[in-house]
Design a protein around this ligand. Sequence first.
Ligand code: XMP
Ligand code: MG
Length: 183
Amino acid sequence: MRAADIASDITEVLVTEEQIHAKLDEIAAHVAEDYRDKDLLLVGVLKGAVMVMADFSRALPAVVPMDWMAVSSYGAGTRSSGVVQIRKDLDADLTGRHVLIVEDIIDSGLTLSWLLENFASRGAASVEVFALLRKPDAAKVEVPCRYIGFDIPNEFVIGYGLDYAEKYRNLRDVAILAPHVYA
Ligand code: XMP
Ligand code: MG
């Protein structure tokens, strides 16, 4: 857990903590405006969205309920399998709710498109997506995403909730993982 270990594991910092927080404030203002007459339910996708949910929900000006879902499509590798498994389902009943899915990253888009279909079948009044990061060059399916933090290059990234084999989630910035780590 020495700092020097982390420096040699990344090739570039892509988004700093300061940039993330400024962007979350901006998006929170939009969301507050868009949902001013609606009861909003935030749904975080575990585990990657933990940091973005914590900071984004506190950037909102009002009390807002949140729920969590755990899905898995990656295992220990760096590529999406496209096979989504529910590891923990929602506690909330979505019937009639205005849901905003809070995601760390849209990579291939396979996980979110699966989630959107799944939520639609549960009778939500509306389902929108906020993803902190998106890799436009990695898209295999288009995902309608209302709020986006940053478009980033098609590289495997870590930090601010994002992991490689459960490591690096607690880094404050988002950085590109050095290929030697997973080669
Ligand atoms: P898809 O490809 O289905 O992505 O859009 C699904 C989930 O995979 C994780 N993911 C990543 N995790 N660095 C990570 O640490 C990445 O570059 C990366 N790309 C995808 C993430 O949890 C996403 O929700
Ligand atoms: Mg995720």
